[in-house]
Structures are given as C-alpha cells and as structure tokens.
Design a protein around this ligand. Structure first.
Ligand SMILES: Nc1nc2c(ncn2[C@@H]2O[C@H](COP(=O)(O)OP(=O)(O)O)[C@@H](O)[C@H]2O)c(=O)[nH]1
Ligand SMILES: [Mg+2]
Length: 184
C-alpha cells in the first residue's frame, strides 16, 4: 500500500472529508460556506487567500476550503489539490454571460487535473432565490448543457448539480447528503 492510500485510510476512519469550494469570484462560495456554518451571510467580504472551515454534518467532519476565485489567484488553486475528496463548484445562476468562463475554468483547473482524478464534483447553481421558480429548471438545464458534464465525466456517480441559495440555504442539505453518500 502506498503512503497516500495509508494516509487516506487513516483519515477516513475519522469520517473526515477534504472539500474544496471553488468557482469564479462572486459566485457565492463564501456565502455558502458561511451558511453551512450557520453564520451571518450578510457580512461576506471578497476572499483573499483562503479560509478553512470545519463543519459537522451527520457523522462526517467536512473541512471546507474556501479559496479566493479572482482570476489573478486561480493559478494557486493547485496548491490545495492534494488529498481532496470533493470539489464543490459554485456557479452564479444569474451570470449567464460568464458561463463560458465557468466552463473553461472547470475544465482546465479541475476536470483535466491529474491530481483531482476520481474526486467527486458537486455543482452548486447558486442565487436561485433571485430566479422565479418557473425558470429554475431551465437555468439548471442551461448550466449543465454549457458545462458538458455528461460528456466530460464518464462515471455518472461522480458528479451532480443542485439549484441552491447560499442566502436562504435552499438545497444545501441535499448537496451535503449527496456528498456524504458517495463511496470513499
Ligand atoms: N441573492 C443572493 N445573493 C447571493 C447568494 N450567494 C451569494 N450572494 C451574493 O453574491 C455576492 C458574492 O458572494 P460571495 O460569497 O462573496 O462570493 P465568492 O466570491 O464566491 O466568495 C455577495 O454580494 C453575496 O451577498 C445567494 O444565494 N443569493
Ligand atoms: Mg469568497
């Protein structure tokens, strides 16, 4: 058994998951992280560098790494990849004009990264509180279509997308349930 798999086994004994929260700037990564910690979501400032937040969810400890998403610091994301179990990728449902940029960054910084092979991917389509319910399904379809996840990730159990609101907390629990019900 290699050293990495020994470390991995040891870690999972404690039901601990390393979760990177990634996505473009302003997508809502910090707001979602705060909501998951039951903190006030009305006081987020742009994230410079990173913040580690540990939350308990059911029998799991999730170490959430909230990493700044400004274009200038995205090249540092790679410093955090090792030993990652899950990527939460946050998309701003309102910024459809940035979906092309989202597609490219997700592909280049996550899907094509050798060190992230096999990592689970939860796509959180955020700010859904600002979209009336009749349009929500089409927003989800549109995001899924642009990101081409079906063709880029062969194993269907490896990814899922959720319509969420970091502000209200809508669907965040469903996303966490999906995350902890994967095989590690
Ligand atoms: N209405 C609404 N606004 C949100 C939501 N999530 C984040 N925002 C707002 O979007 C902006 C960026 O959020 P932030 O968490 O800082 O994004 P980050 O750069 O990805 O960390 C802030 O003004 C937030 O208040 C949401 O679910 N609903
Ligand atoms: Mg932030």
């Amino acid at each position: 058994m290699g050293l990495l798999s020994i470390i991995r086994k040891h870690k999972l004994k404690d039901n601990e998951l390393r979760v990177l929260v990634l996505g473009l700037d302003n997508a809502g990564k910090s707001t979602i992280t705060k909501k998951l910690k039951n903190e006030d979501v009305n006081s987020v400032a742009p994230t410079l560098g990173f913040q580690i937040n540990t939350i308990q969810f059911k029998e799991f400890n999730l170490n959430l790494w909230d990493i700044g998403g400004q274009a200038s610091i995205r090249s540092f994301w790679g410093n955090y990849y090792d030993q990652t179990d899950v990527i939460i990728w946050v998309v701003d449902a309102l910024s459809t004009e940035r979906l092309g940029e989202v597609y490219e960054e997700l592909r280049d910084k996550v899907l094509l990264q050798d060190r992230l092979k096999g990592v689970y991917l939860a796509i959180l389509i955020n700010k859904i509180d600002l979209i009336s319910s009749e349009y929500q399904d089409s927003v989800k379809e549109k995001v899924e279509q642009v990101l081409e996840l079906d063709s880029q990730i062969k194993d269907q159990s490896k990814f899922a997308s959720f319509l969420v609101s970091g502000k209200s907390g809508h669907n965040l629990e469903e996303a966490l349930n999906w995350i902890i019900s994967r095989e590690y």
